[in-house]
Design a protein around this ligand. Structure first.
Ligand SMILES: Nc1ncnc2c1ncn2[C@@H]1O[C@H](COP(=O)(O)OP(=O)(O)OP(=O)(O)O)[C@@H](O)[C@H]1O
Ligand SMILES: CCCC(=O)O
Length: 359
């Protein structure tokens, strides 16, 4: 087996995570947190580019990392044009699409550019793996109910597919041998329907589809949304912030931290229990909808993300969906390793490199 050293960059809304991997083994990791004041001081996502790059380079310098040891620079991919899942070399068209945010603005849009910039200085290639816009929808999944608003795939394919591979291994096969329903339960929530290695449907975790999450409102009645839009109380940006960022648990309970909610419930706070259990109810309903997409042919339901650490939430969901298929829990997110493994599979010729944009 060849030996590779990867620098991995994962820009999130409140943090930039960086790791170094020797093949699939993590040898260094650091999460740089950003205050909301600092982030809010930039008008556009891409205005944060130099700030984030300088912080990454400072970490590498302070840890005396020898940059000449890197084989490739890898980042989480953002809102570029929709693509099939896989590993992509960053190119000019991708950079431009991420910069203008052809599918919307998100911190992950910075990933490809940061990786490309550092890679270019070192004479290396930059890659993204399973970007947030992986779209393998079947035609039926694209229909929303109005031709004005086609359904879009914006979610957590990187972690979902990593967990699918892990579960498939445990089950004695490969990702494309099984049908999975995978719920990524983080600050945002996405429930993907994976049919033999393709994510054929998923709720749009960013734009008001699917369950509410710690920070997002999920699917809400559009009549109320129209009223809010024309109430004169909010600008477009303020209303978006209210629904995505200050929706879900933040909206009802004033916190996005499930651990705080659990503490309140244990202290007897019935309202917190109602809201938190409603989130479990909505997640379960979305899983039920996915099981109908698969006509009941479901090998396993996989629950992952930060919320999957909480046994109370997991038990509420299991109680409602275990009749569909066995439930497996993979707490936390596995994105840094998934990024390293995506490029490793390509460099070891186990998977073909995808071309951006897809033809
Ligand atoms: N040990 C834990 N027990 C219960 N809840 C937890 C635990 N760890 C994290 N969480 C909760 O998980 C949620 C965040 O999950 P996660 O860290 O996966 O999200 P993120 O990476 O910020 O966002 P996203 O997954 O949408 O990119 C928060 O509500 C947090 O309180
Ligand atoms: C695009 C969805 C990723 C997130 O939840 O932030």
């Amino acid at each position: 087996m060849n030996n590779y050293t990867f620098l991995i960059i994962n820009p999130g809304s409140t943090s930039t995570k960086i790791s170094i991997f020797e093949n699939d083994i993590e040898t260094m990791t650091e999460t740089i947190r950003h205050s909301s004041e600092k982030i809010n001081s930039y008008k556009e996502i891409y205005d944060q580019f130099d700030f984030r790059k300088d912080l990454i380079m400072d970490v590498l310098k302070n840890k005396n990392i020898d940059l000449s040891t890197f084989t490739a620079i890898i980042a989480r991919g953002g809102n570029m044009k929709p693509v099939v899942g896989g590993t992509y070399e960053v190119n000019e068209e991708m950079l431009n699409d991420l910069k203008i945010g052809v599918m919307g603005q998100h911190a992950s849009n910075l990933g490809g550019g940061l990786a490309y910039s550092i890679a270019s200085e070192l004479g290396l290639k930059a890659y993204v793996v399973d970007p947030v816009v992986v779209d393998e929808f079947e035609p039926l999944a694209r229909i929303s109910g109005t031709p004005l608003i086609p359904r879009k795939s914006k979610d957590h394919p990187l972690n979902q597919r990593a967990v699918a591979r892990e579960a498939a291994k445990e089950m004695g096969g490969k990702y494309d041998d099984f049908n999975f329903i995978i719920a990524h339960l983080g600050g945002g929530i996405s429930v993907g329907t994976h049919k033999r290695g393709r994510m054929i449907d998923v709720n749009n975790a960013l734009d008001g589809d699917g369950p509410m999450s710690p920070e997002r409102c999920g699917a809400i009645p559009f009549g109320g949304v129209i009223d809010l839009c024309y109430s004169g109380e909010y600008t477009k940006k303020e209303l978006r912030k209210k629904l995505v960022g200050c929706g879900g648990l933040v909206g009802y309970l004033g916190t996005n931290d499930a651990r705080e909610v659990i503490k309140r419930i244990k202290e007897g706070d019935e309202y917190s229990k109602l809201i938190y259990e409603a989130m479990a109810y909505q997640i379960s309903k979305e899983i039920g909808a996915s099981s109908a997409v698969l006509k009941g042919d479901v090998d396993a339901i996989l629950l992952t993300g930060g919320l999957a650490y909480d046994s109370i939430l997991m038990d509420w969901i299991k109680d409602r969906v275990e009749f569909i298929a066995p439930v497996k829990v993979f707490p936390g997110e596995h994105e840094m390793k998934a990024l390293a493994c995506g490029v490793l599979r390509v460099l070891d010729n186990k998977e073909k490199l995808q071309m951006y944009p897809n033809k």
